[in-house]
Design a binder for this molecule. Structure first.
Ligand code: GAR
Length: 212
């Protein structure tokens, strides 16, 4: 599929749209990686669900077009979801990367990019899905947590797992310190998964993702 290099002279970099809600450190990791022309993907658009997502500045500094589709401006979730799908569509993306996008994607977005949406999550799924994964892991008292990069389906952090990395919880950790350590691991994991997805044909069989 797209992103496969026939040979060096005809190589095509896969087109990525990245969705964010906040500071965008994962977006920055992707911006840095894709600034290398040998990286198999390029970021063609960055979308947010709020105009004050500071990660949008990172995209603008990198010269990447941005868009905002704020649910507050729509009467219901379905209308917002269709507007988001319509905003993403013109970018003609092979992959959509949810990198700190704190909303559940709906049917319009999912059906526009079947098995082609990737999410990064700051816990070892299926433990601690949802919006407060780092806090939930601390409250539970686990000794090891981490991050998961997975394909997005209609559930909350339930899609097939692509890669995971463990992070030990240290004495004295609070949500901020732990999240920072998870993010430093997460950045590398996300970049390497995106590279793999764009370098290979990808087939999803049940919960298994096969690269060839
Ligand atoms: C990341 O740790 C990401 O995994 C998490 O938000 C953070 C965004 O950081 N996402 C979720 O919790 C989704 N459930 P960033 O804006 O600095 O990339």
């Amino acid at each position: 599929m797209s992103g496969t290099f026939a040979d060096e002279s005809t190589r095509v970099r896969a087109r990525l749209v990245v969705l964010i809600s906040g500071g965008g450190s994962n977006l920055q990791a992707l911006i840095d990686a894709t600034s290398d022309p040998d990286f198999p993907a390029q970021i063609v658009g960055v979308g947010a669900d709020r105009a004050d997502a500071t990660g949008l500045d990172r995209a603008m500094r990198a010269g990447v077009p941005t868009f905002v589709v704020d649910p507050k401006q729509y009467s219901d979730r379905g209308e917002w979801d269709r507007a988001l799908a319509a905003a993403i569509a013109p970018f003609d993306a092979e992959w959509v990367v949810s990198a700190g996008f704190m909303r559940i994607l709906g049917e319009a977005v999912l059906s526009g990019h079947p098995q082609r949406i990737v999410n990064t999550h700051p816990a070892l799924l299926p433990s601690f899905p949802g919006a407060h994964a780092v806090r939930d892991a601390l409250v539970y008292g686990v000794k090891v947590t981490g991050c998961t990069v997975h394909l997005v389906d209609s559930g909350v952090d339930t899609g097939p797992v692509l890669a995971q990395q463990a992070v030990a919880i240290e004495a004295g950790d609070d949500e901020t310190s732990l999240h920072e350590r998870i993010k430093s691991v997460e950045h590398e994991l996300l970049v390497s998964v995106v590279a793999s997805l764009c370098r290979h044909d990808v087939q999803v069989i049940g919960r298994e993702v096969v690269f060839s």
